[in-house]
Each structure stands twice: as C-alpha cells, then as structure tokens.
Design a protein around this ligand. Structure first.
Ligand code: NAP
Length: 468
C-alpha cells in the first residue's frame, strides 16, 4: 500500500484514465493536451464543483469584455472531444474523497485554481463596505457562491470607492464600477446585479498603487480602455509619473511598462469634468487602515517611495481619503483540497514540471497545472503552455510505467449517482447554456447568467423532462 493509504491494484486494460479537478481554462487546456499529446487512448473526466465549466472565464473575466469572454467558444471545442467527459456539480472532498477519486483513475491533475483573496492585514479591513475584489467580481459575474448580502449592502449608497492594487483585476473592478447603466445593459450580468449598479451609481473611484507606475502589473490594453468610459474621466497626478533612475531602467527594458507610461502621460493634463465620474490613478500610496464605525467611511493612506530592492517603503506622510466602498484587489491565493497540501505562503502545490511533490518527493499519479501550480499570474492563454508541460510529465510517466493504477475501472459517474450526487454532464451543461441564452433573449441580450445553483440545476431537470 502506498503512503497515501490508497490501495494499489493491478493495471487494468483500456485507455489511460485521468481525472482533472477543476474545469477552468487550466483544466480544459489539460484535457485538450491529454487528447492531443497522447499516443495511447485517453479517457479524461473533467470535474468541477460548479454545474458549469470555464472557471474564471465565466466568473472572472469582466462581463463588459465580451470579446475576451468569447474564448469560451474555443474552450468548448476541448469539452466536445470524445475522450473528454465534463462532470460538473461534483466536489472532491464533499461528494468523494481524493483517495476515492484516485481509485477510479490512473492519474489526477489538480487544476482548481486560486479561489480566495489575499488580505491587506490592516485595521478596519473587515468593516462593512470593505470587500475583496474576488468577491465583488464573483458577484457581478453571477457566481452561485457569491455573498450577495455583503456585496449588495457594500454597494448600496456607495459614491466614492477606493480600489487597492494596480493589477488587471483592479482595473476591471474600477472600470465596471464606473460603467453607466447603458454600458452594462447588454452584458450577461444577472438582472439583480444590473439593478444594484443602476441604483447606486459610483461617482469616483481612486485606484491605489503602493509603488510607482513603472512597477504596476496592469497591461497596456486594459489601461488604455479606462479612457473609453462613457461616464468618467481618467485622472493622473503628473508628479507620480516622474521616474527615478531605477524606474527609468525598468521602463527602458520592459515594453509593457514604457507603453503604460506613455498612456499615463497622455492623461496627465486631464481635469475633472462637471457631471462626469472620475477614475483617479494614484501611485506611491499605500493604505494604512480603514476608518469608520458601522461601515467604512475613509482610508488612511501613507505616501511611499520605492527602495533599491524595488519595495514600497513608507515616508511617514499620511492623508485621509474619504471612501464609502473599499475594494482590495491585491491578488488571489490557492487553498488546499482535502487530502492535498498547499503551501500556506505561496498558495500553490509543490511540484516539479507539474509532478506533485509530497514532503519533497514526487507523488506517483498526481499532477498540477494552472494557478494552483504556478500562482495567480498570466492571462488565460498562459495556461495552455503550462498544461502542456504537466501533460508531458504525465504521459512520460505513463509510458515509462511510473503510474500505479489504484483500482477497478469503475465508472466514476455511476459511483457518484449511486451516492446521491447529481453530476452535471456535457448535455446538461448545454441545457444550462440554452436556458441562459433564452433568459437573455427576454431582454434583448445575447445571454443572462443564471446565478443560483438551484436555477442551474432546474434548467438541467427541465431539459431532461422535455426530452422524455
Ligand atoms: P496582480 O497583477 O498580482 O496585482 C496585484 C496588485 O496588488 C499589485 O499591484 C500589487 O502591488 C498589489 N498589492 C499586493 N499586496 C498589496 C498590499 N499589501 N498593499 C497594497 N497593494 C498590494 O494580480 P491581479 O490583478 O489579481 O491579477 C491576477 C492575474 O490575472 C494577473 O496575471 C492578471 O494579469 C490576470 N488578469 C488579466 C486580465 C486581462 O488580461 N484583462 C484581467 C484580470 C486579471 P505590488 O506589485 O507592489 O505587490
């Protein structure tokens, strides 16, 4: 018996059986790479705890980025492959243990991403009116687990927002908060989200970067887009754009940085316009604490400088910025799956070219790809290359007899159904898809996201009943 307590058994004939845990872009690209790169037949079960595939492509890419969201169509081709079976609404650790899952397959690939927010670790962070970007984004994308009450009460009456962080998520959030009702109307946001935004129009968003514009992680395309908002003007303090010699070097070496600076400099003469919203980008500013009693009313911030190692250091110069909504957008972190250790500091699984390490040793038959492997960085397409590396390791191990099949080739879906789980398969997802398109059509939109687990499952049941 191996160390993890899963019984070994003799190899079974048939295809190479792989379970991929998480049907976001990393999982889908892994499934696709398994089909494409393997010389032997493969059978992939692509599991997700939600009844829907696509992970952050569905619940992360901003709904006003319709073109980017269209990557779903490309990802769908992998789901349609005969060697891939989508098995949604199944949570490893709830519906079956990891050890049980492993009895069904020759290998498992963890691709479940990094779902939680990182914290600021400052006073007042928990006040009502202070929310994580991960939670706000989940809510406006219609994630079934979104904390509606917290987000909707934070938004109610909010006029001045502060977004902490200068990554692409921060820009997404700032942009969406300042979009007009007319701009949001054609998106696939659930109706209650559109209603909440329309009822509480945010007038001013200040985005805080704790370092300078040369150290910001947003990309130029996303930055440039801020200046296309129908109802808001982008404002930048020209003093923030004066670079020290080190930042000059960074700008000279990095095209993204030099382009960002050119865009920011183009906005340096913008002034607030009466009757229009304001999107202020402030650099060299870090939050010290959130102020307020029943809810956040302001943020105490400190002016910073960037030291020789590129770190933000406080200058002692503090200021209080009024805000009735604070969104911290300082990155995502991965969490352990029951039975799978994750490094608490990095929020990632230890690995060697995608092979999972347990106590520093390669664990036979376990792999990782995507954010749980490399951390929350890169764009959707980054996962393609990442998945290929992991799949190459897996297939090499299979070819060289390093995978140890753990049990009978029992059908995973049958086992799940016997246990009372309600797996959602590809045809069920198609029913959900059709229901969302139909719901959108009632208001002249291409789609409206179904945001409740129960409505998603009801769409599946309705389609099954109609087919009988
Ligand atoms: P990110 O790019 O890592 O940005 C995190 C931001 O938080 C950085 O500005 C960071 O500043 C700041 N930060 C971290 N800790 C902080 C603290 N304690 N106080 C103040 N600021 C702090 O992460 P992200 O925006 O969450 O995006 C995640 C990934 O998804 C990225 O690769 C991103 O490009 C990608 N994404 C892409 C798109 C798109 O292509 N349109 C859209 C959304 C997301 P420091 O640099 O100083 O640490």
């Amino acid at each position: 018996m191996p160390d993890d307590g899963v019984p070994e058994s003799r190899p079974t004939p048939g295809p190479l059986r792989v379970a991929v845990v998480g049907a976001g872009p990393a999982g889908i690209y892994t499934a696709e790479a398994l089909s494409r790169q393997s010389d032997v037949p493969v059978a992939v079960d692509l599991l997700d705890r939600l009844p829907t595939p696509f992970g952050l492509v569905r619940h992360g890419i901003a709904p006003d980025h319709a073109k980017m969201r269209a990557i779903r169509d490309t990802l769908h081709r992998a789901l349609d492959a005969p060697s891939v079976r989508f098995v949604g609404n199944v949570e490893v650790g709830r519906d079956l243990t990891l050890a049980e899952l492993r009895t069904h397959v020759d290998a498992v690939v963890y691709t479940y991403g990094a779902a939680l927010d990182r914290r600021l670790g400052i006073d007042g962070e928990e006040l009502p009116g202070s929310v994580a970007a991960t939670d706000l984004v989940a809510w406006y994308c219609g994630h079934p687990d979104a904390d509606r009450a917290r987000i909707e009460s934070a938004l109610a009456g909010a006029r001045k927002a502060i977004v902490v962080g200068v990554g692409n998520v921060a820009l997404d959030v700032a942009r969406v908060l300042l979009r007009t009702a007319d701009e949001l109307e054609p998106t696939d946001m659930p109706q209650h989200v559109l209603d909440a935004f329309a009822a509480a129009p945010v007038e001013e968003v200040t985005v805080l970067g704790r370092r300078g514009p040369a150290q910001a992680t947003f990309t130029t395309q996303e930055l440039r887009e801020l200046d296309t908002l129908a109802g808001a003007t982008v404002l930048v303090d020209p003093a923030d754009l004066a670079l020290d010699p080190r930042s000059e070097e960074v700008a000279a070496a990095d095209r993204n940085v030099s382009r960002n600076l050119a865009v920011l400099r183009g906005w340096a003469d913008h002034v607030p316009e009466p009757g229009r919203g304001r999107l202020r980008l402030r650099f060299f500013t870090r939050p010290v604490r959130l102020l307020g009693t029943d809810r956040v009313t302001a943020v105490e911030v400190e002016r910073t400088a960037v030291d020789a190692e590129g770190r933000a250091v406080g200058t002692g110069e503090v200021e209080v910025l009024p805000a009735d909504l604070v969104v911290r957008s300082v990155g995502y972190r991965g969490t352990p799956l029951p039975g799978l250790p994750v490094d608490g500091r990095t929020g990632t699984v230890a690995h060697e070219a995608g092979r999972v390490l347990r106590d520093g040793v390669v664990s036979s038959g376990e792999y990782a790809a995507g954010w749980i492997k490399r951390g929350p960085t890169g764009v959707v397409g980054t996962n393609k290359h990442d998945a290929r590396e992991t799949v190459a390791s897996l297939l090499a191990d299979a070819a060289e007899g390093r995978l140890v099949p753990r049990g009978e080739a029992d059908d995973l879906v049958r086992t799940l159904v016997d246990r009372g789980a309600q797996p959602v398969l590809l045809e069920d997802w198609r029913a959900i898809d059709a229901a969302e398109v139909a719901l959108g059509a009632t208001r002249g939109r291409a789609r409206t996201t179904l945001h409740e687990r129960e409505s998603l499952l009801a769409a599946v049941r309705a389609a099954a009943a109609a087919a009988r």
